[in-house]
Ligand binder design. Structure first.
Ligand code: ARG
Length: 583
Protein backbone atom coordinates (compact mmCIF):
# COMPACT_ATOMS: atom_id res chain seq x y z
CA UNK A 1 0.00 0.00 0.00
CA UNK A 2 1.26 3.40 -0.83
CA UNK A 3 0.04 6.79 0.21
CA UNK A 4 0.64 10.18 -1.35
CA UNK A 5 -1.04 11.63 -4.36
CA UNK A 6 0.85 11.24 -7.55
CA UNK A 7 -0.11 9.21 -10.60
CA UNK A 8 -2.25 6.22 -9.59
CA UNK A 9 -2.35 7.50 -6.02
CA UNK A 10 -4.41 10.48 -7.13
CA UNK A 11 -7.31 8.02 -6.97
CA UNK A 12 -7.51 7.83 -3.22
CA UNK A 13 -5.71 7.88 0.12
CA UNK A 14 -4.38 4.38 -0.45
CA UNK A 15 -4.21 2.40 -3.64
CA UNK A 16 -3.67 -1.33 -4.00
CA UNK A 17 -2.82 -3.13 -7.24
CA UNK A 18 -4.89 -6.28 -6.89
CA UNK A 19 -2.75 -8.21 -9.36
CA UNK A 20 0.02 -8.27 -6.77
CA UNK A 21 -1.96 -10.72 -4.63
CA UNK A 22 -2.23 -13.32 -7.41
CA UNK A 23 -5.79 -14.13 -6.45
CA UNK A 24 -8.00 -16.44 -8.45
CA UNK A 25 -10.11 -14.56 -10.98
CA UNK A 26 -9.64 -11.41 -12.98
CA UNK A 27 -8.25 -8.55 -10.87
CA UNK A 28 -10.59 -6.13 -12.57
CA UNK A 29 -13.70 -8.10 -11.68
CA UNK A 30 -12.48 -8.70 -8.15
CA UNK A 31 -11.86 -4.99 -7.69
CA UNK A 32 -15.37 -4.16 -8.82
CA UNK A 33 -16.88 -6.81 -6.59
CA UNK A 34 -15.01 -5.46 -3.59
CA UNK A 35 -16.13 -1.91 -4.32
CA UNK A 36 -19.74 -2.94 -4.81
CA UNK A 37 -19.95 -4.89 -1.55
CA UNK A 38 -18.24 -2.31 0.63
CA UNK A 39 -20.18 -0.60 3.40
CA UNK A 40 -18.70 2.47 5.08
CA UNK A 41 -17.14 2.03 8.55
CA UNK A 42 -16.21 4.68 11.11
CA UNK A 43 -12.73 4.82 9.56
CA UNK A 44 -13.24 3.90 5.93
CA UNK A 45 -15.47 6.11 3.83
CA UNK A 46 -15.12 4.51 0.48
CA UNK A 47 -13.64 1.67 -1.49
CA UNK A 48 -13.62 2.14 -5.22
CA UNK A 49 -12.38 0.26 -8.24
CA UNK A 50 -10.43 1.64 -11.13
CA UNK A 51 -9.38 -1.04 -13.56
CA UNK A 52 -7.33 -3.56 -11.62
CA UNK A 53 -6.76 -1.10 -8.80
CA UNK A 54 -8.68 -0.74 -5.59
CA UNK A 55 -8.54 2.55 -3.81
CA UNK A 56 -9.47 3.39 -0.24
CA UNK A 57 -10.61 6.68 1.12
CA UNK A 58 -10.56 7.27 4.83
CA UNK A 59 -13.29 8.96 6.84
CA UNK A 60 -11.85 12.42 7.01
CA UNK A 61 -13.05 13.40 10.43
CA UNK A 62 -12.12 10.13 12.11
CA UNK A 63 -8.75 10.18 10.42
CA UNK A 64 -7.99 13.75 11.45
CA UNK A 65 -9.11 13.25 15.01
CA UNK A 66 -7.18 10.00 15.42
CA UNK A 67 -3.92 11.33 14.01
CA UNK A 68 -3.90 14.70 15.73
CA UNK A 69 -4.99 13.15 18.99
CA UNK A 70 -2.27 10.51 18.83
CA UNK A 71 0.40 13.14 18.25
CA UNK A 72 -1.06 15.28 21.01
CA UNK A 73 -1.32 12.44 23.52
CA UNK A 74 2.09 10.99 22.87
CA UNK A 75 3.81 14.35 22.81
CA UNK A 76 2.08 16.14 25.64
CA UNK A 77 0.13 13.70 27.78
CA UNK A 78 1.96 10.38 28.02
CA UNK A 79 4.54 10.51 30.79
CA UNK A 80 8.07 9.41 29.97
CA UNK A 81 8.72 5.77 30.66
CA UNK A 82 11.19 5.23 33.43
CA UNK A 83 13.61 3.67 31.06
CA UNK A 84 16.46 3.20 33.48
CA UNK A 85 14.57 0.76 35.66
CA UNK A 86 13.96 -1.59 32.76
CA UNK A 87 17.28 -1.13 31.11
CA UNK A 88 19.34 -4.17 30.33
CA UNK A 89 22.56 -2.20 30.56
CA UNK A 90 21.52 -0.33 33.69
CA UNK A 91 20.67 -3.63 35.35
CA UNK A 92 24.19 -4.84 34.81
CA UNK A 93 25.00 -1.88 37.07
CA UNK A 94 28.22 -1.14 35.33
CA UNK A 95 29.79 1.82 36.92
CA UNK A 96 31.52 3.33 33.95
CA UNK A 97 33.12 6.36 35.45
CA UNK A 98 33.76 7.97 32.09
CA UNK A 99 30.16 7.92 30.89
CA UNK A 100 28.80 11.22 29.63
CA UNK A 101 25.93 12.93 31.33
CA UNK A 102 22.86 12.89 29.18
CA UNK A 103 22.53 16.26 27.50
CA UNK A 104 20.04 18.58 29.08
CA UNK A 105 16.59 18.33 27.52
CA UNK A 106 17.72 15.01 26.09
CA UNK A 107 17.57 14.80 22.34
CA UNK A 108 15.07 11.99 22.18
CA UNK A 109 13.09 13.76 24.86
CA UNK A 110 10.43 11.11 24.95
CA UNK A 111 11.37 7.52 24.56
CA UNK A 112 7.75 6.69 23.92
CA UNK A 113 6.88 9.76 21.86
CA UNK A 114 4.99 9.90 18.58
CA UNK A 115 6.88 7.89 15.97
CA UNK A 116 8.44 5.46 18.41
CA UNK A 117 7.39 1.83 18.79
CA UNK A 118 8.13 -1.07 21.08
CA UNK A 119 9.21 -3.67 18.53
CA UNK A 120 12.61 -4.01 20.19
CA UNK A 121 11.34 -4.26 23.74
CA UNK A 122 13.64 -6.35 25.89
CA UNK A 123 16.45 -6.36 23.37
CA UNK A 124 19.81 -4.73 23.84
CA UNK A 125 22.31 -3.36 21.36
CA UNK A 126 25.78 -1.88 21.53
CA UNK A 127 26.32 0.80 18.94
CA UNK A 128 30.02 1.47 18.49
CA UNK A 129 30.71 4.71 16.68
CA UNK A 130 32.97 7.74 16.23
CA UNK A 131 36.16 5.98 17.44
CA UNK A 132 38.81 8.58 16.54
CA UNK A 133 42.53 8.00 16.96
CA UNK A 134 44.28 9.99 19.64
CA UNK A 135 47.03 12.24 18.28
CA UNK A 136 45.79 11.84 14.74
CA UNK A 137 43.30 14.12 12.98
CA UNK A 138 39.61 13.62 13.53
CA UNK A 139 38.99 13.17 9.84
CA UNK A 140 35.84 13.07 7.75
CA UNK A 141 35.52 9.33 8.26
CA UNK A 142 35.26 9.85 12.00
CA UNK A 143 32.80 12.67 11.51
CA UNK A 144 30.53 10.46 9.44
CA UNK A 145 30.79 7.63 11.92
CA UNK A 146 29.88 10.08 14.69
CA UNK A 147 26.89 11.54 12.88
CA UNK A 148 25.49 8.30 11.48
CA UNK A 149 26.28 6.29 14.61
CA UNK A 150 24.53 8.72 16.93
CA UNK A 151 21.52 8.64 14.64
CA UNK A 152 21.45 4.82 14.63
CA UNK A 153 21.64 4.75 18.41
CA UNK A 154 18.61 7.05 18.54
CA UNK A 155 16.87 4.96 15.91
CA UNK A 156 17.34 1.78 17.93
CA UNK A 157 15.90 3.57 20.93
CA UNK A 158 12.97 4.82 18.90
CA UNK A 159 12.28 1.19 18.01
CA UNK A 160 12.23 0.17 21.63
CA UNK A 161 15.75 -1.22 22.04
CA UNK A 162 18.02 -0.70 24.97
CA UNK A 163 21.13 1.03 23.66
CA UNK A 164 24.71 1.28 24.86
CA UNK A 165 26.68 3.98 23.04
CA UNK A 166 30.33 3.05 22.84
CA UNK A 167 33.32 4.99 21.60
CA UNK A 168 36.22 2.72 20.68
CA UNK A 169 39.19 5.05 20.70
CA UNK A 170 42.34 4.40 18.74
CA UNK A 171 44.39 4.79 21.90
CA UNK A 172 47.07 2.12 21.63
CA UNK A 173 49.92 1.41 19.29
CA UNK A 174 53.28 2.59 18.14
CA UNK A 175 52.02 6.12 17.53
CA UNK A 176 52.11 6.61 21.31
CA UNK A 177 55.78 5.76 21.25
CA UNK A 178 56.34 8.44 18.61
CA UNK A 179 54.26 10.82 20.65
CA UNK A 180 56.26 10.15 23.80
CA UNK A 181 59.53 10.79 22.01
CA UNK A 182 58.01 13.92 20.47
CA UNK A 183 56.67 15.15 23.78
CA UNK A 184 60.14 15.04 25.27
CA UNK A 185 61.34 17.33 22.51
CA UNK A 186 58.35 19.57 21.81
CA UNK A 187 55.80 19.01 24.53
CA UNK A 188 54.34 21.58 26.89
CA UNK A 189 52.33 20.63 29.96
CA UNK A 190 50.44 23.88 29.73
CA UNK A 191 49.38 23.40 26.12
CA UNK A 192 48.44 19.84 26.89
CA UNK A 193 46.08 20.93 29.64
CA UNK A 194 44.58 23.61 27.46
CA UNK A 195 43.79 21.55 24.39
CA UNK A 196 45.30 18.10 24.34
CA UNK A 197 44.04 17.17 20.91
CA UNK A 198 45.56 20.12 19.10
CA UNK A 199 48.79 20.01 21.04
CA UNK A 200 49.37 16.29 20.66
CA UNK A 201 48.70 16.54 16.99
CA UNK A 202 51.25 19.39 16.68
CA UNK A 203 53.82 17.33 18.49
CA UNK A 204 53.00 14.30 16.37
CA UNK A 205 53.46 16.19 13.12
CA UNK A 206 56.78 17.71 14.21
CA UNK A 207 58.31 14.50 15.44
CA UNK A 208 57.19 12.59 12.38
CA UNK A 209 58.97 15.15 10.29
CA UNK A 210 62.12 14.60 12.32
CA UNK A 211 61.59 10.89 11.96
CA UNK A 212 61.88 11.15 8.19
CA UNK A 213 65.59 11.74 8.51
CA UNK A 214 66.31 10.23 11.91
CA UNK A 215 65.67 6.51 12.17
CA UNK A 216 66.59 6.47 15.88
CA UNK A 217 63.27 8.18 16.67
CA UNK A 218 61.43 5.13 15.41
CA UNK A 219 63.64 2.77 17.40
CA UNK A 220 62.94 4.72 20.56
CA UNK A 221 59.24 4.83 19.71
CA UNK A 222 59.14 1.06 19.33
CA UNK A 223 60.97 0.66 22.62
CA UNK A 224 58.45 2.91 24.30
CA UNK A 225 55.53 0.93 22.91
CA UNK A 226 57.10 -2.34 24.05
CA UNK A 227 57.33 -0.80 27.52
CA UNK A 228 53.68 0.24 27.33
CA UNK A 229 52.67 -3.30 26.48
CA UNK A 230 54.80 -4.60 29.33
CA UNK A 231 52.98 -2.30 31.74
CA UNK A 232 55.97 -0.09 32.55
CA UNK A 233 54.81 2.50 35.05
CA UNK A 234 56.33 5.58 33.47
CA UNK A 235 55.30 4.66 29.93
CA UNK A 236 51.75 3.78 30.94
CA UNK A 237 51.53 6.92 33.08
CA UNK A 238 52.41 9.22 30.22
CA UNK A 239 50.14 7.37 27.83
CA UNK A 240 47.29 7.65 30.32
CA UNK A 241 47.75 11.38 30.67
CA UNK A 242 47.59 11.81 26.91
CA UNK A 243 44.49 9.67 26.77
CA UNK A 244 42.63 11.28 29.66
CA UNK A 245 43.24 14.82 28.50
CA UNK A 246 42.26 13.97 24.95
CA UNK A 247 38.98 12.53 26.19
CA UNK A 248 38.25 15.74 28.10
CA UNK A 249 38.54 17.61 24.82
CA UNK A 250 36.56 15.06 22.81
CA UNK A 251 33.72 15.28 25.30
CA UNK A 252 33.45 19.01 24.76
CA UNK A 253 33.07 18.54 21.04
CA UNK A 254 30.59 15.69 21.38
CA UNK A 255 28.47 17.76 23.77
CA UNK A 256 28.49 20.56 21.24
CA UNK A 257 27.24 18.06 18.66
CA UNK A 258 24.48 16.84 21.01
CA UNK A 259 26.11 13.43 21.13
CA UNK A 260 27.13 11.37 24.12
CA UNK A 261 28.57 7.99 25.06
CA UNK A 262 27.91 5.55 27.84
CA UNK A 263 31.38 4.07 27.51
CA UNK A 264 34.71 5.44 26.35
CA UNK A 265 36.41 2.23 25.48
CA UNK A 266 39.34 1.87 23.14
CA UNK A 267 41.97 -0.45 21.80
CA UNK A 268 43.93 -0.02 25.04
CA UNK A 269 41.04 -1.46 27.02
CA UNK A 270 41.18 -4.87 25.42
CA UNK A 271 43.04 -6.94 27.96
CA UNK A 272 46.17 -8.83 27.11
CA UNK A 273 44.69 -11.97 28.66
CA UNK A 274 41.72 -11.76 26.32
CA UNK A 275 44.04 -11.41 23.35
CA UNK A 276 46.20 -14.28 24.49
CA UNK A 277 43.15 -16.39 25.06
CA UNK A 278 41.87 -15.58 21.58
CA UNK A 279 45.20 -16.48 20.00
CA UNK A 280 45.39 -19.76 21.97
CA UNK A 281 41.91 -20.64 20.88
CA UNK A 282 42.70 -19.82 17.29
CA UNK A 283 45.79 -21.98 17.38
CA UNK A 284 43.87 -24.81 18.95
CA UNK A 285 41.20 -24.71 16.34
CA UNK A 286 43.69 -24.98 13.50
CA UNK A 287 42.58 -21.94 11.53
CA UNK A 288 45.87 -20.13 11.98
CA UNK A 289 49.23 -20.91 10.51
CA UNK A 290 52.68 -19.68 11.31
CA UNK A 291 54.58 -17.79 8.69
CA UNK A 292 58.03 -16.39 9.35
CA UNK A 293 57.33 -16.03 13.04
CA UNK A 294 54.01 -14.26 12.54
CA UNK A 295 50.60 -15.85 13.02
CA UNK A 296 48.26 -15.72 10.07
CA UNK A 297 44.64 -16.63 9.50
CA UNK A 298 43.92 -17.74 5.97
CA UNK A 299 40.44 -16.66 4.91
CA UNK A 300 40.90 -17.10 1.18
CA UNK A 301 38.26 -19.80 1.21
CA UNK A 302 35.79 -17.08 2.13
CA UNK A 303 37.27 -14.58 -0.33
CA UNK A 304 38.59 -12.60 2.61
CA UNK A 305 42.32 -12.90 1.95
CA UNK A 306 44.87 -13.58 4.66
CA UNK A 307 45.35 -11.58 7.79
CA UNK A 308 48.08 -11.34 10.41
CA UNK A 309 46.85 -11.81 13.96
CA UNK A 310 50.22 -11.55 15.69
CA UNK A 311 53.36 -9.86 14.44
CA UNK A 312 56.68 -11.59 14.57
CA UNK A 313 57.95 -9.26 17.31
CA UNK A 314 55.04 -10.47 19.40
CA UNK A 315 53.23 -7.12 19.60
CA UNK A 316 49.49 -7.08 19.24
CA UNK A 317 47.63 -5.91 16.18
CA UNK A 318 44.42 -4.06 15.39
CA UNK A 319 42.43 -7.11 14.30
CA UNK A 320 43.38 -9.20 17.31
CA UNK A 321 42.19 -6.45 19.59
CA UNK A 322 38.89 -6.42 17.70
CA UNK A 323 38.52 -10.20 17.96
CA UNK A 324 39.32 -10.32 21.67
CA UNK A 325 37.46 -7.05 22.31
CA UNK A 326 34.22 -8.39 20.88
CA UNK A 327 34.42 -11.47 23.11
CA UNK A 328 35.11 -9.32 26.15
CA UNK A 329 32.17 -7.10 25.34
CA UNK A 330 29.89 -10.08 25.04
CA UNK A 331 31.01 -11.39 28.42
CA UNK A 332 30.53 -8.03 30.03
CA UNK A 333 27.34 -6.80 28.38
CA UNK A 334 25.58 -9.87 27.05
CA UNK A 335 24.17 -7.92 24.13
CA UNK A 336 21.60 -9.18 21.63
CA UNK A 337 23.24 -7.24 18.85
CA UNK A 338 26.33 -5.15 18.21
CA UNK A 339 26.73 -2.62 15.43
CA UNK A 340 30.04 -1.15 14.23
CA UNK A 341 29.71 2.14 12.40
CA UNK A 342 32.92 2.31 10.39
CA UNK A 343 33.92 3.68 6.95
CA UNK A 344 33.71 1.34 3.98
CA UNK A 345 37.50 1.48 3.66
CA UNK A 346 37.46 -1.03 6.50
CA UNK A 347 34.94 -3.41 4.92
CA UNK A 348 37.56 -6.13 4.62
CA UNK A 349 38.84 -5.69 8.16
CA UNK A 350 35.37 -6.01 9.66
CA UNK A 351 34.39 -8.93 7.45
CA UNK A 352 37.61 -10.67 8.46
CA UNK A 353 37.19 -10.36 12.17
CA UNK A 354 33.50 -11.22 12.05
CA UNK A 355 34.48 -14.36 10.10
CA UNK A 356 37.22 -15.28 12.56
CA UNK A 357 34.77 -14.98 15.47
CA UNK A 358 32.36 -17.16 13.56
CA UNK A 359 35.05 -19.77 12.89
CA UNK A 360 35.96 -19.70 16.57
CA UNK A 361 32.45 -20.93 17.18
CA UNK A 362 30.96 -17.98 19.04
CA UNK A 363 27.22 -18.26 18.63
CA UNK A 364 26.78 -14.50 18.93
CA UNK A 365 29.15 -13.83 16.01
CA UNK A 366 26.16 -13.54 13.69
CA UNK A 367 24.69 -10.72 15.75
CA UNK A 368 27.53 -8.39 14.75
CA UNK A 369 26.84 -5.97 11.98
CA UNK A 370 29.00 -3.52 10.12
CA UNK A 371 27.22 -0.34 9.07
CA UNK A 372 29.47 1.31 6.53
CA UNK A 373 29.50 4.57 4.60
CA UNK A 374 31.31 6.29 1.74
CA UNK A 375 33.89 9.03 1.77
CA UNK A 376 33.63 12.78 2.07
CA UNK A 377 35.70 14.66 -0.44
CA UNK A 378 37.22 18.02 0.28
CA UNK A 379 36.33 18.59 3.91
CA UNK A 380 38.27 21.71 4.78
CA UNK A 381 37.52 25.31 5.73
CA UNK A 382 36.64 27.78 3.01
CA UNK A 383 40.29 28.76 2.89
CA UNK A 384 41.15 25.09 2.59
CA UNK A 385 42.99 24.64 5.85
CA UNK A 386 41.16 22.54 8.42
CA UNK A 387 42.35 19.37 10.03
CA UNK A 388 40.17 19.57 13.08
CA UNK A 389 36.49 19.04 13.36
CA UNK A 390 36.19 22.07 15.61
CA UNK A 391 37.48 24.33 12.88
CA UNK A 392 34.79 23.05 10.56
CA UNK A 393 32.10 23.61 13.17
CA UNK A 394 33.39 27.10 13.96
CA UNK A 395 33.40 28.07 10.34
CA UNK A 396 29.91 26.74 9.77
CA UNK A 397 28.75 28.71 12.77
CA UNK A 398 30.38 31.87 11.44
CA UNK A 399 28.65 31.51 8.09
CA UNK A 400 25.29 31.09 9.80
CA UNK A 401 25.92 34.04 12.04
CA UNK A 402 26.61 36.21 9.01
CA UNK A 403 23.35 35.16 7.40
CA UNK A 404 21.38 35.83 10.59
CA UNK A 405 22.81 39.32 10.95
CA UNK A 406 21.43 40.28 7.58
CA UNK A 407 17.94 40.55 9.08
CA UNK A 408 18.48 43.11 11.79
CA UNK A 409 15.01 43.00 13.25
CA UNK A 410 14.84 39.24 13.61
CA UNK A 411 18.41 39.14 14.81
CA UNK A 412 17.55 41.41 17.72
CA UNK A 413 14.77 39.07 18.81
CA UNK A 414 17.14 36.14 19.19
CA UNK A 415 18.05 35.55 22.77
CA UNK A 416 21.39 33.85 22.23
CA UNK A 417 22.70 34.35 18.68
CA UNK A 418 25.87 32.41 19.49
CA UNK A 419 23.87 29.33 20.46
CA UNK A 420 21.51 29.67 17.52
CA UNK A 421 24.20 30.13 14.90
CA UNK A 422 26.15 27.21 16.32
CA UNK A 423 23.12 24.91 16.18
CA UNK A 424 22.37 26.07 12.66
CA UNK A 425 25.93 25.43 11.57
CA UNK A 426 25.92 21.96 13.08
CA UNK A 427 22.60 21.19 11.44
CA UNK A 428 24.06 22.21 8.09
CA UNK A 429 27.01 19.83 8.49
CA UNK A 430 24.91 16.93 9.77
CA UNK A 431 22.12 17.19 7.22
CA UNK A 432 24.56 17.40 4.34
CA UNK A 433 25.98 14.14 5.66
CA UNK A 434 22.71 12.34 6.23
CA UNK A 435 20.61 13.34 3.26
CA UNK A 436 22.25 10.98 0.79
CA UNK A 437 22.55 7.22 0.92
CA UNK A 438 25.19 6.18 3.41
CA UNK A 439 27.31 4.29 0.94
CA UNK A 440 27.64 7.19 -1.50
CA UNK A 441 30.62 9.48 -1.41
CA UNK A 442 29.81 13.16 -1.33
CA UNK A 443 31.61 16.41 -1.74
CA UNK A 444 31.76 18.80 1.17
CA UNK A 445 30.24 22.01 -0.21
CA UNK A 446 30.00 25.14 1.88
CA UNK A 447 27.66 27.07 -0.42
CA UNK A 448 25.18 24.27 -0.72
CA UNK A 449 25.06 23.03 2.82
CA UNK A 450 24.64 26.47 4.41
CA UNK A 451 21.95 27.63 2.00
CA UNK A 452 18.42 28.18 3.25
CA UNK A 453 17.05 26.98 -0.03
CA UNK A 454 16.94 23.44 -1.31
CA UNK A 455 17.12 20.35 0.84
CA UNK A 456 19.53 21.60 3.47
CA UNK A 457 19.83 21.68 7.25
CA UNK A 458 19.11 25.41 7.56
CA UNK A 459 15.95 24.89 5.49
CA UNK A 460 14.69 22.27 7.97
CA UNK A 461 15.44 24.51 10.94
CA UNK A 462 13.72 27.39 9.19
CA UNK A 463 10.61 25.25 8.66
CA UNK A 464 10.60 24.38 12.36
CA UNK A 465 11.10 27.99 13.42
CA UNK A 466 8.22 29.08 11.25
CA UNK A 467 5.95 26.42 12.74
CA UNK A 468 6.99 27.52 16.22
CA UNK A 469 6.17 31.10 15.48
CA UNK A 470 2.49 30.48 14.54
CA UNK A 471 1.58 29.90 18.14
CA UNK A 472 3.47 32.99 19.28
CA UNK A 473 2.14 35.21 16.55
CA UNK A 474 -1.52 34.35 17.06
CA UNK A 475 -1.59 34.75 20.80
CA UNK A 476 -3.52 36.04 22.62
CA UNK A 477 -6.32 36.08 20.03
CA UNK A 478 -6.01 32.37 19.29
CA UNK A 479 -4.59 30.11 21.99
CA UNK A 480 -4.77 26.32 22.00
CA UNK A 481 -6.52 24.80 25.01
CA UNK A 482 -4.34 22.67 27.33
CA UNK A 483 -3.31 19.38 25.67
CA UNK A 484 -5.82 17.29 27.61
CA UNK A 485 -8.74 19.35 26.32
CA UNK A 486 -7.76 19.75 22.70
CA UNK A 487 -9.44 16.73 21.22
CA UNK A 488 -12.84 17.60 22.75
CA UNK A 489 -12.61 21.33 22.18
CA UNK A 490 -11.37 21.51 18.61
CA UNK A 491 -13.55 20.80 15.61
CA UNK A 492 -11.26 19.05 13.14
CA UNK A 493 -14.07 18.73 10.59
CA UNK A 494 -13.34 22.36 9.75
CA UNK A 495 -10.09 21.30 8.13
CA UNK A 496 -11.78 20.81 4.80
CA UNK A 497 -9.00 21.85 2.39
CA UNK A 498 -7.15 19.18 0.41
CA UNK A 499 -3.94 20.71 1.77
CA UNK A 500 -4.97 19.90 5.33
CA UNK A 501 -5.64 16.33 4.33
CA UNK A 502 -2.25 16.10 2.65
CA UNK A 503 -0.49 17.34 5.80
CA UNK A 504 -2.40 14.98 8.06
CA UNK A 505 -1.76 11.91 5.92
CA UNK A 506 1.91 12.76 5.96
CA UNK A 507 1.89 13.17 9.74
CA UNK A 508 0.09 9.83 9.98
CA UNK A 509 2.85 8.09 8.05
CA UNK A 510 5.69 9.14 10.37
CA UNK A 511 5.68 6.03 12.60
CA UNK A 512 6.00 3.86 9.48
CA UNK A 513 8.84 6.01 8.22
CA UNK A 514 10.71 5.35 11.47
CA UNK A 515 10.21 1.62 10.93
CA UNK A 516 11.35 1.86 7.31
CA UNK A 517 14.50 3.72 8.37
CA UNK A 518 15.17 0.95 10.87
CA UNK A 519 15.08 -1.61 8.07
CA UNK A 520 17.42 0.27 5.78
CA UNK A 521 19.59 1.86 8.47
CA UNK A 522 19.48 4.96 6.31
CA UNK A 523 19.31 8.40 7.92
CA UNK A 524 18.25 9.66 4.49
CA UNK A 525 14.86 8.00 5.01
CA UNK A 526 14.18 10.36 7.92
CA UNK A 527 15.78 13.34 6.16
CA UNK A 528 13.62 12.83 3.11
CA UNK A 529 10.55 12.68 5.29
CA UNK A 530 11.52 15.90 7.08
CA UNK A 531 12.04 17.64 3.74
CA UNK A 532 8.70 16.41 2.44
CA UNK A 533 6.89 17.58 5.51
CA UNK A 534 8.63 20.95 5.35
CA UNK A 535 7.71 21.38 1.70
CA UNK A 536 4.07 20.51 2.27
CA UNK A 537 3.88 22.90 5.20
CA UNK A 538 5.51 25.67 3.25
CA UNK A 539 2.84 25.25 0.58
CA UNK A 540 0.09 25.25 3.22
CA UNK A 541 0.64 28.74 4.64
CA UNK A 542 -1.25 30.40 1.84
CA UNK A 543 -4.42 28.36 2.12
CA UNK A 544 -4.49 27.36 5.77
CA UNK A 545 -4.43 30.82 7.30
CA UNK A 546 -4.86 31.26 11.03
CA UNK A 547 -4.81 35.01 11.49
CA UNK A 548 -8.14 36.82 11.18
CA UNK A 549 -10.18 33.64 10.69
CA UNK A 550 -13.29 32.66 12.66
CA UNK A 551 -12.13 31.44 16.04
CA UNK A 552 -13.00 27.75 15.73
CA UNK A 553 -11.41 27.51 12.29
CA UNK A 554 -8.30 29.32 13.49
CA UNK A 555 -8.05 26.89 16.41
CA UNK A 556 -8.33 23.82 14.18
CA UNK A 557 -5.62 25.12 11.87
CA UNK A 558 -3.39 26.09 14.73
CA UNK A 559 -3.70 22.57 16.12
CA UNK A 560 -2.65 21.23 12.76
CA UNK A 561 0.46 23.41 12.70
CA UNK A 562 1.41 22.61 16.26
CA UNK A 563 1.07 18.91 15.48
CA UNK A 564 3.26 19.35 12.42
CA UNK A 565 5.80 21.12 14.58
CA UNK A 566 5.79 18.24 17.08
CA UNK A 567 6.35 15.68 14.35
CA UNK A 568 9.00 17.65 12.49
CA UNK A 569 10.70 18.24 15.84
CA UNK A 570 10.67 14.51 16.55
CA UNK A 571 12.20 13.76 13.17
CA UNK A 572 14.93 16.34 13.74
CA UNK A 573 15.66 15.03 17.22
CA UNK A 574 15.88 11.50 15.87
CA UNK A 575 18.52 12.85 13.50
CA UNK A 576 20.36 14.14 16.61
CA UNK A 577 19.52 17.75 15.72
CA UNK A 578 18.24 20.34 18.19
CA UNK A 579 15.19 22.03 16.67
CA UNK A 580 15.20 25.81 16.98
CA UNK A 581 12.26 28.00 17.92
CA UNK A 582 13.70 31.25 16.63
CA UNK A 583 16.39 32.30 14.26
N1 ARG B 1 39.97 3.96 15.23
C1 ARG B 1 39.69 3.32 13.97
C2 ARG B 1 40.11 4.22 12.82
O1 ARG B 1 40.11 5.41 12.96
C3 ARG B 1 38.23 2.98 13.80
C4 ARG B 1 37.75 1.94 14.75
C5 ARG B 1 36.64 1.14 14.18
N2 ARG B 1 36.14 0.16 15.10
C6 ARG B 1 36.66 -1.05 15.29
N3 ARG B 1 36.10 -1.81 16.21
N4 ARG B 1 37.68 -1.48 14.59
O2 ARG B 1 40.43 3.74 11.76
Amino acid sequence: MESGKTGKQALGDFVVALARFRLKGKPQELAEKLAAEFKPTPYLAEIGASGAFVYFNLQTEALFRTVLDQINTQTHLTPDEDHSALSHFANLSLSDAGADKLPEGLSLAKKNGYGTNKSGKGKSVIVEFSSPNIAKPFHAGHLRSTIIGAFLANLYEANGWDVLRMNYLGDWGKQFGILAVGFERYGSEEELEKDAITHLYDVYVKINKDGETDESIHDRAREFFVKMEAGDEHAVGLWKKFRDLSIVKYKETYARLNIWFNVYSGESQVSQEAQKHALDQLQGSGIVEESQGALIVDLKKYKLEKTIVRKKDGTSVYITRDIAGAAERFDKYNFDKMVYVVASQQDLHLAQFFKVLDLMGYPWANTLQHVNFGMVQGMSTRKGTAVFLEQILDESKRVMHEVMQKNEEKYKAIEDPQYTSDKLGITAVKVQDMSGKRINNYEFKWERMTSFEGDTGPYLQYAHVRLSSVERKNAPAVVLPPPAERSAAINVALLSEPKAREVILLLASYPDVVKAAFKSFEPATICTYAFRLSHVISSAWETLIVKGQPHDLALARLWLYVSAKDVLGNALRLLTLQPLDRM
